[in-house]
Write a protein that binds this ligand. Structure first.
Ligand SMILES: Cc1ncc(COP(=O)(O)O)c(C=O)c1O
Ligand SMILES: N[C@@H](CCCC[NH3+])C(=O)O
Length: 426
């Protein structure tokens, strides 16, 4: 459920006609809906209610900042009581700047640098999810040397096939993430003995855009067994971080489990764990809270296929179709009722700059506005300036008003940051 819908024949974001944003800000531009973000944040939290109803402590919900790090988006979620799952110093600083309390920030990632670990210590973040014994030793030494104690969990790799795109699957043995289950007990024992580290639990995250609960349940059951084993080894386990990964519908027929289904499953599996649970949802919160608004540059006759609808957005603005062959619904802002079959492409000089092939869509002509839907997660954040196109702008709608929440960065501004060195001047 989102707040992008037709009113008087024109697609609106909440009460704002998209043509107004296009006229005032230009295209391409991302449009986020505050009401949708808030709704998703609440639905996810309500989905976890059974955990609290069966006596568990209130879970920590740490928004996966990587999915949409826009400060305005983070601010909306901070106001909903969300914390943040961050994977870099940059994300950490953003989460704090948006008002997320340090104790609600968890730091994930296989390659945290020494400087990033130090930043996390300096800012007294709530939890480091450690992904190797090497990282754990480095963090422990750093903290101990400063008389600090880092709160931490050990991220394990449960070797479960999440049944999603290979590039966004993270819980198979061959993936770089986490500690193999088989080495988890010895690594935990090694790190738990170190000063500077309070290793208090376990973390897991098996992948993104999951459309099936079964792999999650399998992974969580393995975590439950590990918690029991670690306790048998004499450790005190108080925290488990179950990661993110819940999918969203990108196209008709995709029926991801609802947050309520997910929460019921988690409550059942974790009933006897007696721990504080944390969650790191990204896409399920932000995905359907954003669209990429674009204008048709021209429609070009095809060779031996359908016409090319050439839009002013490109793979540098929304990389998912080019990167993962991902589907994004594509709709006219003012649908005439006529349909066409089109290849929807951007202006970039790569055949991969294709958003949709042989797509049945609203009939469109040069100058018409259209949207790629479900672009609020892993959209603007994955933009680049390829083909010297600059960086796409972002806006947020709130009822009948909206604001630009990230300026377009024009190609000439990016050029200002470059230098031609003296040795190339002659
Ligand atoms: C450690 C971690 N947590 C959370 C997420 C968020 O995943 P999603 O956006 O699928 O909820 C990811 C991305 O897959 C991740 O790597
Ligand atoms: N960028 C990916 C998701 C990556 C998840 C990262 N852990 C996507 O758009 O689907």
């Amino acid at each position: 459920m989102d707040h992008f819908r037709l009113i008087d024949g024109e697609l609106h974001a909440e009460d704002v006609p998209l043509s107004r944003i296009a006229a005032e800000v230009g295209t391409p531009v991302y449009v986020y809906s505050r009401a949708t973000l808030e709704r998703h944040a609440r639905v996810f939290r309500e989905g976890l209610a059974p955990i609290v109803e069966q006596g568990g402590p209130e879970p920590l919900i740490a928004f996966a900042v990587k999915s949409n790090p826009n400060l305005a988006v983070l601010r909306v979620l901070a106001r909903e009581g969300y914390g943040a799952d961050v994977v870099s110093g940059g994300e950490l600083v953003r989460a704090l700047a948006a008002g997320m309390p340090a104790e609600r920030i968890v730091f994930s990632g296989v390659g945290k640098t020494r400087a990033e670990l130090q930043l996390g210590l300096d800012r007294r973040i709530g939890q480091f999810n450690i992904e190797s014994s090497e990282e754990g030793r480095e963090l422990a030494a750093l903290a101990d040397g400063q008389g600090l104690t880092a709160q931490a969990t050990l991220r394990i790799n449960p070797d479960v096939d999440a049944k999603t795109h290979a590039k966004i699957s993270t819980g198979k043995a061959e993936n770089k993430f986490g500690i193999p289950l088989i080495r988890a007990r010895e690594t935990f024992a090694e790190l738990a003995a170190l000063g500077g580290l309070h290793l208090r639990g376990v973390a897991v995250h098996i992948g993104s855009q999951l459309l099936d609960l079964e792999p999650l349940e399998t992974a969580f059951a393995k975590v439950g067994q590990l918690v029991a084993d670690l306790r048998a080894d004499g450790h005190t386990i108080t925290h488990v971080d179950l990661g993110g990964g819940l999918g969203v519908p990108y196209r008709a027929g995709e029926n991801p489990p609802s947050p309520a289904d997910y929460g019921a499953m988690v409550a059942r599996v974790t009933r006897d764990w007696g721990v504080h649970l944390a969650f790191e949802p990204g896409r399920v919160i932000a995905g359907n809270a954003g669209v990429l608004l674009t204008r048709v540059v021209r429609v070009k006759r095809g060779g031996n296929g359908p016409p090319f609808v050439i839009v002013d957005a490109a793979m540098n603005d929304l990389a998912r179709p080019a990167l993962y062959g991902a589907w994004h619904d594509f709709d006219a802002v003012r649908p005439s009722g006529e349909r066409m079959t089109a290849n929807v492409v951007g202006p970039i000089c790569e055949t991969g700059d294709t958003f949709a092939t042989d797509r049945d869509c609203d009939a469109l002509q040069s100058g018409d506005l259209a949207v790629f839907r479900t672009a609020g997660a892993y959209g603007a954040t994955m933009a680049s300036s390829y083909n010297s196109r600059g960086f796409v702008a972002e806006t947020m709608v709130d009822g009948a008003r909206y604001a630009v929440v990230a300026d377009r960065i024009a190609a000439d501004v990016i050029m200002d940051a470059e230098r031609v060195p003296d040795f190339l001047q002659d």
